[in-house]
Ligand binder design. Structure first.
Ligand SMILES: Cc1ncc(COP(=O)(O)O)c(C=O)c1O
Length: 388
């Protein structure tokens, strides 16, 4: 493959840091001090108080919704996008919340604010907003309305590290935010995810939820004492505060994260420059080029046909195959999640038809890899196989 969808972000020098760790006398490799250090540095980079490093972005989704479930609040609806990764919706279903869907905007691929607001009912507990493919999906109207209505915002930033809204990083606006450090993403810890928050109580619970619900995982003595004093018959080393998981990451992942973080912003700048050049070169008669670039942190080049021309779409796919340019049809998560078997049981028959913008991306959208070492001549080559 001449241009794969993904290239490894992990450099030899990052791997050397892992080798150094492994070469230490008797290293502790499970969740330990390096994880804590990575969490601290990530919080500083993002601009939040607390971060919890887990083994995937999907685990960060799962823990976020599980945390929401711990509160005694009868509201059971969570607004989610039909265009996102499966774990955003699965985590809602797994926790017995009702997923309520709002269609997207083509120019951000994120949920449209007015469509979200139309779906709010007295039962709306949270909005689980995905920033898709590096685009900022937030609006001031959304933030302000959710605040006024006491509805929690959870941001999925798994595909959009470094994107901003009003010059402030996305992932700092919601009650919680989720990141992925999987191979394909802006930086990689092999597998990995992060949950970020300014809410100390949430942080303590997330630390416990990550690790079997054990109270010894809480960061403060006050939290531990609370649980110890309420459970005097239990050994404090084995108090399981809530039904939970083991979704910890390791020191190896943290060392890789710490090694890449100092160059993350530079890598984002290069990806954004590539993206702007790509859009400039793309034929605006055939393709949608009007994406909201302000505040975006590009993840991949999105190709969206302006009109529903299946023949042209297939011709482009054939060309990309022929010239070794890897692509995925349907954008994030392969397109409309309402067409997926895991969702169908929870929505009316043919419900996917009610989401025309997501349907358009499902059938006439695709993406191609963008990575920091892609050069102008590479983009020219890629575009020459698309502008047909
Ligand atoms: C929006 C979004 N959320 C969650 C995830 C899950 O992340 P992971 O692959 O690290 O589990 C992904 C994966 O790419 C994603 O794109």
């Amino acid at each position: 493959m001449k241009y794969p969808l993904i290239k490894n972000n992990i450099l030899k020098s990052d791997n050397q840091k892992v080798i150094d760790l492994l070469s230490e006398e008797n290293p502790k490799l499970t969740n330990g001090p390096k994880v804590l250090e990575f969490e601290k540095q990530w919080s500083n980079w993002l601009g939040v108080k607390y971060s919890v490093f887990v083994n995937s972005g999907a685990s960060s989704n799962l823990l976020s919704i599980s945390l929401l479930k711990l509160d005694d609040d009868p509201r059971d609806e969570i607004i989610v996008p039909p265009l996102t990764w499966s774990s955003d919706i699965s985590s809602v279903i797994q926790n017995n919340f009702k997923p309520v869907f709002a269609d997207i905007d083509i120019n951000t691929l994120g949920m449209n604010t007015d469509k979200i607001l139309e779906k709010i009912t007295p039962n709306t507990r949270a909005v689980f907003l995905s920033h898709i493919q590096g685009f900022n999906a937030l609006t001031d109207k959304l933030i302000e309305t959710l605040k006024a209505k006491n509805i929690k915002l959870i941001e999925d930033v798994c595909e959009s590290h470094g994107a901003t809204h009003n010059n402030k990083k996305v992932g700092t606006f919601g009650w919680l935010s989720n990141f992925s450090f999987y191979y394909a993403h802006h930086m990689s810890t092999i597998e990995g995810g992060m949950i970020c928050t300014d809410d100390f109580e949430a942080y303590e619970k997330l630390r416990m939820l990550r690790s079997h619900g054990m109270i010894r995982e809480a960061s403060s003595n006050d939290t531990k004492s609370y649980w110890k004093n309420n459970n005097p018959s239990l050994n404090p080393d084995f108090i399981f505060a809530m039904p939970a998981y083991n979704v910890r990451n390791t020191e190896i992942g943290a060392v890789l994260g710490l090694a890449q973080l100092p160059r993350l912003s530079k890598m984002i700048t290069k990806r954004n420059q590539n993206h702007e050049y790509f859009l400039k070169k793309l034929d605006p008669d055939n393709f949608f080029t009007d994406f909201l670039l302000n505040g975006s942190s590009n993840y991949a080049f999105n190709l969206v046909l302006k009109i529903k021309n299946k023949e042209l779409f297939n011709k482009i796919c054939c060309n990309l195959d022929k010239f070794g340019i890897e692509f995925r049809v349907g954008s994030a998560g392969g397109g409309n999640q309402l067409r997926q078997p895991y969702v169908k049981k929870f929505v009316p028959k043919n419900y996917f038809k009610e989401f025309p913008n997501t349907e358009h991306i499902h059938f006439f959208g695709m993406y191609i890899g963008n990575y920091p070492d892609l050069e102008i001549q590479d983009i020219d080559y890629i575009v020459s196989k698309i502008n047909i």
